[in-house]
Design a protein around this ligand. Structure first.
Ligand SMILES: Nc1ncnc2c1ncn2[C@@H]1O[C@H](COP(=O)(O)OP(=O)(O)OP(=O)(O)O)[C@@H](O)[C@H]1O
Length: 253
């Protein structure tokens, strides 16, 4: 379970987060939506411990993330429980596909032998629809959609309890986006993982979410099950999901 309580974060005069409260129960998939620059990435970075909030608590299974010291063994053990699919895949160009997937299995607390790591990598590649012959290729030899699959295989390689997806469909065509969304949903359900996703893509929201949270004005404006999103009665949420220029959200034209 992930709990954010009263998270505040400013950068200079800019108050980005003004008291974000959010609970993601164990095994649920929460998708965070909101306009550009509303603080979705800042929220995610706070949970990952990459940004320290000015105020508030972030509890992951009761442990306060904001109190873990950089570089401490507690923090390393804590991060080992997370899987992450970054925007754009973020693969290492100089490593082969299987070495990318097995990245965390080749070093640190999860270190396995090279042969074991490669075997797990190939099994995870298969899970995301890639055949073993791609294992020895380099990321630059793959299409964008295949690179996303490799990123997904890497995110699940260490069997994390919690997975983060940052804009998982950016840069993909609508059909490939649909395939990736479906895979994410299947894998999250199958692993019983707790998932937190940031996206602009409403198709992703509908495919991936159990629950949705909309961030606006530095706070969670609305949160609820995906089934209630279309009839929330909240004018901000309605404007956002329908992509309308008219409504309470100011748009710069
Ligand atoms: N390290 C930083 N230093 C200064 N300002 C920052 C920093 N990180 C984020 N910001 C500011 O915080 C605000 C929120 O940024 P954030 O990236 O979280 O938005 P977002 O909701 O993820 O947007 P998008 O959907 O466009 O990715 C922006 O105004 C951004 O300029």
């Amino acid at each position: 379970m992930i709990e954010l309580r009263g998270i505040e974060k400013s950068f200079g005069p800019k108050n980005v987060l003004r008291g974000v409260d959010l609970t993601i129960p164990k095994g649920e998939s929460m998708v965070i939506i909101g306009g550009s620059g509303t603080g979705k990435s800042v929220t995610l970075k706070c949970v990952l411990g990459l940004i320290t909030p000015d105020k508030g608590e972030i509890l992951v299974d009761g442990q306060d993330v904001t109190k873990l010291r950089q570089g401490s063994s507690e923090r390393d053990a804590f991060l080992a429980r997370f899987g992450m699919l970054f925007q754009g895949g973020a693969l290492f160009d100089s490593l082969t596909v299987w070495q990318n997937v097995a990245f965390r299995l080749l070093r640190g607390t999860m270190k396995k032998t090279k042969a074991e790591a490669r075997e797990i990598a190939i099994e995870k590649l298969r899970r995301v629809g890639l055949t073993p012959d791609v294992a020895d290729l380099y990321p630059s030899e793959l299409s964008g959609g295949m690179q996303k699959r490799v990123g997904l295989a890497r995110a699940i390689a260490a069997e994390p309890e919690i997975i983060f997806f940052d804009e998982p469909t950016t840069g993909l065509d609508p059909i490939m986006s649909g395939v990736i969304n479906e895979l994410i949903r299947e894998i999250v359900v199958e692993m019983g993982a707790t998932a937190m996703t940031i996206t602009h893509d409403m198709t992703s929201v509908r495919a991936i979410a159990d629950k949705v949270a909309m961030i606006h004005g530095g706070k969670v404006r609305w949160t609820g099950p995906i089934s209630q999103m279309d009839n929330s009665g909240d004018p901000y949420l309605t404007q956002f999901i329908t992509g309308s220029a008219d409504g309470p959200i100011e748009s710069v034209r």
